[in-house]
Design a protein around this ligand. Structure first.
Ligand SMILES: [Zn+2]
Length: 378
């Protein structure tokens, strides 16, 4: 069966590229992937999947049940493009390669149904909207349609300096990230009588100093930086009563992120208390770090080696970038996951409007993903 799967993708190469070209031609931003979801639903239906649409907004799920007991494995792709301003004009472009991720997952879906797989358990093809806003995975989880999954495999192209074409990584270890918004309410006073007020900018300065002196395990990469500060008004002789700040937080593990958040929030609130100001911290846009499964990573390594040989098997890709895929394993504690990193000679980089890559990587990525499903559901 392994070799039948591999030759399927070679024979279907032209059709796979055609699928990519179509998806590339309809870039739509998060929660507006209407044409994309219509196309994906049509294709999955024609392959014999039972299809659910409008999941978590514009998401699409195709289910292929073997009718025999066994695990439930999901293949997940994101769907959204990014907005870019070029020469003053707004354009939507698939500059993060979600068109490639969709092509791989859709091609694997087609290969498995044509070859009458899976032989046991259930296969769920999951197209998730709005990855770039970091809200899509949460919307899919809220829909309850992810329930019952035992395994979940994702895929993403990587820039050439991280992974050249011909190499695939069994896991992209994204870090955790989040934004902490802080609002400080002191009280206004006349510039000549500062003792009658609480200067909110002074409070901000103390909070920034405290944030910069947080020390955590140096073995785990992490950082906390102020990225916005706004306070005071047009009257420059008034002690400002209100100020706002934002901090960008990064950590390579979820436990260090938890410490970072708690220490920061605690110190900011205590500083507020000691100054007589009200400090409120609000966490926004948080993504957990990767928590891949040893079992799935081992299967991925074996399948990558089978497809590309030893030289094609890359080490883990470690990146401080965030990916909302990791919400699934964060929320569903028994879910076994990994996200494959696909080497594609991608230049000049992700989120660049002129991003391009070697399309042959679509074939290699599809082969590895299909073999992994075959391995888990054989
Ligand atoms: Zn992406």
């Amino acid at each position: 069966m392994k070799n039948a799967l591999l030759s399927y993708f070679e024979l279907e190469r032209e059709n796979i590229i055609e699928t990519f070209n179509y998806l590339h031609s309809v870039p739509e931003i998060g929660f507006q992937e209407y044409k994309t979801s219509e196309y994906l639903a049509e294709r999955l239906t024609s392959m014999g999947y039972s299809v659910k649409t409008k999941i978590g907004g514009t998401g699409v799920i195709g289910i292929l049940d073997s009718g025999k007991p066994g695990p439930c494995i999901g293949l997940r792709s994101d769907m959204d493009a990014l907005p870019h301003e070029i020469d003053g004009e707004l354009s939507y472009i698939h500059s993060c390669g979600h068109d490639a991720n969709m092509t791989i997952v859709l091609s694997v879906a087609e290969a498995l149904s044509r070859l009458k797989l899976p032989q046991k358990g259930q296969l769920r093809i999951i197209f998730q909207p709005a990855e770039e806003t970091l809200l899509g995975a949460k919307a899919m989880l809220e829909s309850k349609e992810m329930e019952g999954l035992d395994y979940l495999i994702g895929t993403h192209l990587r820039p050439r300096e991280e992974l050249p074409y011909g190499k695939i990584s069994p896991s992209i270890r994204h870090g955790a990230s989040g934004i902490m918004e802080v609002s400080v309410t002191g009280s206004e006073a006349h510039g000549a009588r500062p003792h009658q007020g609480v200067n909110s900018i002074d409070v901000c300065a103390l909070i920034i100093a405290a944030a910069n002196s947080i020390r955590l395990d140096p073995q785990v990469p992490h950082s906390l930086k102020v990225t916005k500060i706004r306070g005071g008004g047009s009257a420059l002789n008034v002690i400002p009563g209100k100020a706002e700040m934002a901090f960008d937080m990064r950590a390579q593990t979820n436990s260090v992120m938890k410490q970072l958040k708690e220490l920061f929030k605690n110190s900011a609130e205590k500083i507020g208390e000691s100054c007589g100001a009200n400090v409120v911290c609000h966490l926004k846009g948080e993504v957990p770090a990767a928590t891949d499964s040893d079992e799935v990573v081992k299967i991925a390594k074996d399948c990558i080696t089978y497809v590309l040989g030893e030289k094609g098997l890359s080490d883990y890709v470690v990146t401080s970038g965030g990916e909302d895929f990791h919400n699934y394993s964060y929320e569903m504690k028994n879910l076994k996951t990994t996200i494959l990193g696909i080497g594609a000679d991608l230049i000049p980089g992700l989120h660049k409007p002129d991003m391009k890559f070697n399309l042959q990587a679509l074939i290699e990525g599809s082969k590895v993903m299909a073999l992994m499903v075959n391995e888990i559901l054989k």
